[in-house]
Design a binder for this molecule. Structure first.
Ligand code: 6CS
Ligand code: FE
Length: 300
């Protein structure tokens, strides 16, 4: 397969114009977002939908995430990522297969139909996680494009995937809200550096390889600005796989936890990772459980 997005090959950084659509099929595959919201997503590379879930729904999801965090089996499992230099929990991966309500969440039509509309096809879950960002201790996630990692390390062919983040707690200016660069999804930042063996064992704690260089970051930020998603629990952020994003540390005395589900098009299934790397484990990059999701229908 021709690699249109070459990165981490030891050569200099580069900006490569995106060759893939942002919204597939003109957004006509299913009817979920109205035209204005679809255009906003296409232009910025992300979309914030306030108050999608009510307080009871979010509290139930948040409690399930907390229960997983304290489940002794989960705490010893490979899905757990701890904060760099500490023991506090940073992320729990594969939550859509560990929880009950978290298992139904990706199939909720309020989320699934938006993903099907934008990606113009049936979709499956490439990856899910809860980022706990614990009180006073949650560390930053440095600037990156998810697609750069999923392309190089997971062999994701094209930019036909998106992340859906459901805010389980209020995201404020003080607790490390997700921050994105509007418009950055249209340029692929080829990164400097070579990928270490089993890179995910360090990158998920603190990512230093596969991150954009300061010049490219500054150029894209000067063009699009920075947008921190400060919104109430129950809000949802959809963002394109290639939109540059980060989040700061959490110095507030309250946790900031968000659940992330990555929808990939069934037309964009993972191939072999580039540069001969070993595939990442199933709980980070699904290769087996990749059947198209069926929408959860509300019980009549
Ligand atoms: O490597 C990955 O798949 C993960 N890394 C980051 C920083 N964001 C996306 C994903 O969770
Ligand atoms: Fe990310």
């Amino acid at each position: 397969m021709k690699d249109f997005y070459v990165s981490r090959t030891g050569r200099d950084a580069a900006l490569i114009a995106r060759g893939d659509p942002v919204v597939y099929g003109e957004g006509r595959y299913v009817d979920a977002l109205d035209e204005a919201r679809l255009r906003r997503y296409e232009q910025d590379g992300f979309l914030v939908l306030p108050d999608v879930f009510d307080a009871d729904e979010i509290e139930a999801l948040r409690q399930e995430a907390v229960a997983l965090e304290h489940d002794p089996d989960v705490r010893e499992g490979e899905e757990i990522i701890r904060e760099p230099g500490g023991t506090a929990l940073r992320s729990i991966f594969r939550v859509h297969e560990l929880g009950q309500r978290l298992a139904d969440l990706p199939r909720d039509p309020r989320l699934l139909d938006v993903a099907r509309q934008i990606l113009g096809s049936e979709v499956y879950i490439h990856q899910s996680r809860v980022n706990m960002k614990p009180a006073l201790d949650g560390k930053e996630f440095y600037w990156h494009s998810d697609f750069e990692t999923w392309h190089v390390e997971d062999g994701m062919p094209a930019m036909r995937a998106l992340s859906c983040s459901v805010l389980l707690t209020d995201n404020t200016p003080f607790n490390g809200p997700l921050t994105l660069i509007p418009g950055s999804h249209r340029q692929f930042v080829a990164c400097i550096g070579e990928t270490p063996e089993n890179h995910y064992r360090t990158s998920l704690r603190r990512q230093e390889v596969g991150v954009p260089d300061p010049v490219s970051l500054r150029l894209l930020a000067e063009k699009g600005g920075l947008h921190a998603v400060t919104a109430a629990a129950g809000s949802v952020v959809f963002f394109d796989c290639n939109t540059l994003h980060s989040s700061g540390g959490n110095l507030s005395p309250w946790p900031r936890s968000n659940v992330f589900m990555v929808y990939n098009s069934v037309e964009n299934r993972l191939e072999a990772p580039f540069h001969g790397m070993q595939p990442r484990p199933e709980h980070i990059a699904a290769r087996r459980s990749i059947e198209a999701l069926t929408p959860l229908r509300a019980v009549a």
